[in-house]
Design a protein around this ligand. Structure first.
Ligand SMILES: CC(C)(COP(=O)(O)OP(=O)(O)OC[C@H]1O[C@@H](n2cnc3c(N)ncnc32)[C@H](O)[C@@H]1OP(=O)(O)O)[C@@H](O)C(=O)NCCC(=O)NCCS
Length: 219
């Protein structure tokens, strides 16, 4: 493995399509779509071209990680109406990240989230709404999104019926009340989300990962 200082970060473009597709297929091996959404070669080409911006991290000449920022979000993915958020608010999606197995556990996914947030905010005339979806079973993914300022606002089926947390940044201020719910208790989590709470932190309990909820003060 390379030391973090040896890694080179750069924006990716159409000529990187083969490397992105190969890394995506590597990380997807053995993963079910209820954990990570499998992407098509065409979707990745669009994210490296007109519909997104993608950041890559290289170890030498080899692509070791990437993160996608999608600025052209299809209506079926758009969470604004369902969350009571104005539909003219600029919207961008963090639309997938992969880290090669040899580079995992070094904070690269979290750093790729932070880099895409910075990219989205630098480009915007008004602060955009950022969102991402994350499978409850993909604990590293939603832990990293929470750590970078996203909050869980909904738990609903996405991508053909797979459960996903809908995670939004910035989060509304909370009223300070907190309740912790096991990752494996989706019914209680859905009740809290529907009652105006949001998920704001992760911690590990004696029986597995826990999502900490707080009551929101504003819609
Ligand atoms: C998910 C994935 C991107 C994580 O990449 P990574 O660079 O290793 O992640 P990071 O090092 O940034 O962070 C991992 C964090 O999750 C935490 N974590 C990992 N497994 C965990 C678990 N089972 N329970 C709780 N926390 C866990 C780690 O503690 C770490 O947090 P820390 O740095 O505070 O200790 C990588 O495993 C991957 O490519 N998976 C397949 C594709 C995927 O899931 N993409 C994301 C959704 S699109």
């Amino acid at each position: 493995m390379s030391a973090p200082d040896d890694l080179l970060w750069r924006p990716l473009g159409p000529s990187d399509h083969g490397a992105v597709l190969a890394l995506h297929r590597t990380v997807m091996a053995g993963l079910a779509p209820d954990v990570v959404k499998p992407e098509t070669a065409d979707f990745l080409a669009e994210m490296l071209g007109p519909r997104g911006r993608t950041i890559g991290v290289f170890a030498g000449d080899t692509l070791g990680a990437y993160g996608i920022l999608q600025h052209d979000v299809p209506p079926a993915d758009d969470p604004r109406a369902g969350l009571g958020i104005a539909c003219d608010r600029p919207l961008l999606k963090l639309a997938g990240a992969s880290v090669a197995p040899a580079l995992r556990g070094r904070g690269l996914q979290r750093a790729l989230i932070a880099a895409r947030v910075a990219l989205a905010e630098a480009d915007a005339a008004v602060p955009p709404l950022l969102f991402a979806t994350s499978a409850p079973a993909n604990v590293p993914s939603w832990t990293n999104l929470l750590a970078e300022g996203f909050g869980v606002r909904a738990l609903k089926p996405y991508y053909g019926g797979y459960p996903r947390y809908v995670m939004v940044r910035p989060v509304a201020p909370d009223a300070g009340e907190a309740e912790s719910v096991m990752e494996g208790d989706p019914a209680r989590q859905a009740d809290l989300l529907n009652a105006g709470w949001h998920g704001i932190a992760q911690r590990t309990g004696p029986h597995g990962p826990i999502l900490v909820f707080a009551r929101r003060t504003t819609p």
